[in-house]
Ligand binder design. Structure first.
Ligand SMILES: Nc1ncnc2c1ncn2[C@@H]1O[C@H](COP(=O)(O)OP(=O)(O)OP(=O)(O)O)[C@@H](O)[C@H]1O
Ligand SMILES: [Mg+2]
Length: 250
């Protein structure tokens, strides 16, 4: 899917090599997590994989074809929900469909179904300011699913949540993933979150970002919170921590 991706940003301070020769594949239906130190290029990589940003070198393939622009089959959830404050929750979710020209009744039915899926079935008429941050992120997930994308990219979607809410959101996300069987690529700072969610974890080196290592997570599914305390879980976390330490500490 990503073949020899490099990215150079041209800034007033000169050229910044953000990513260097990144290649990897994502399997259909796979849950892939990407971890790495701050500034190593995770967001840059995600934006390139989703066709939002052009790489300086290399090619991204989506369903076997070179990708050079955003597609409907690609959904994005960012660190901040970025909802429109003047639109209700339902109207935030239907916005992409309105642009597309779908009838209002069809758009509402689809959005309502997604609100049920993310556990906000009763909140369609509410405005974003009336929701907690976690609930706003759920709306953002519902909005990202509106075109029924084949792949969902998530960039630290739960970074601003407290630990307990984050655990709950992780379980919710797994439930949604299992219900919809999307391919998911998620960036996170949290090793624990990555191990809990993923089939595979990619560890990135500090800038210029490269793929340092790939760790397969063999924990059984469905994942349960009790697994956080299992020996296998701590061994995997330790393996990833060591890989980050190995590439980050000279
Ligand atoms: N638009 C831009 N113009 C110039 N440089 C940029 C731009 N966006 C990112 N960079 C630089 O590229 C590098 C990677 O940034 P990026 O945001 O991808 O990192 P990140 O791993 O997502 O960081 P964090 O974990 O803090 O979110 C950084 O050194 C950053 O300064
Ligand atoms: Mg980032």
């Amino acid at each position: 899917m990503a073949e020899s991706i490099s990215k150079i940003y041209r800034t007033t301070q000169g050229r910044v090599l953000a990513l260097e020769s990144i290649s990897f594949q994502v399997g259909v239906g796979e849950f892939l997590c990407i971890v790495g130190p701050s500034g190593c290029g995770k967001t840059t990589l995600l934006r390139i994989l989703g066709g939002l940003l052009a790489p300086t070198r290399g090619t991204v393939y989506f369903h076997g074809e070179p990708l050079d622009s955003p597609r409907r089959q690609i959904g994005f959830v960012f660190q901040k929900a970025n909802l429109m404050p003047w639109r209700t929750v339902l109207k935030n979710i239907t916005l992409p469909l309105e642009v597309q020209g779908l009838s209002r009744a069809e758009a509402h039915a689809l959005a309502q179904e997604l609100l049920e899926l993310v556990g906000l079935g009763w909140f369609e008429k509410v405005y974003p300011r009336e929701l907690s941050i976690g609930m706003q992120q759920r709306v953002a997930i519902a909005r990202a699913l509106i075109h029924d994308p084949a792949i969902l990219f998530l960039d630290e979607p739960f970074a601003s949540l407290d630990a307990l809410t984050r655990e709950r959101m992780n379980l919710e996300l797994l439930r949604i993933w299992e219900a919809r069987r999307k391919t998911v690529v998620m960036v996170t700072h949290s090793i624990q979150e990555a191990v809990f969610l993923a089939d595979r974890v990619l560890v990135m080196s500090p800038r210029p970002g490269r793929i340092e290592t790939s760790v397969s997570v063999s924990l059984p599914r469905p994942r349960q919170l009790a697994m956080l305390y299992s020996q296998e879980f701590s061994l995997l976390s330790q393996q990833i921590r060591l890989a980050i330490h190995h590439c980050c500490v000279p």
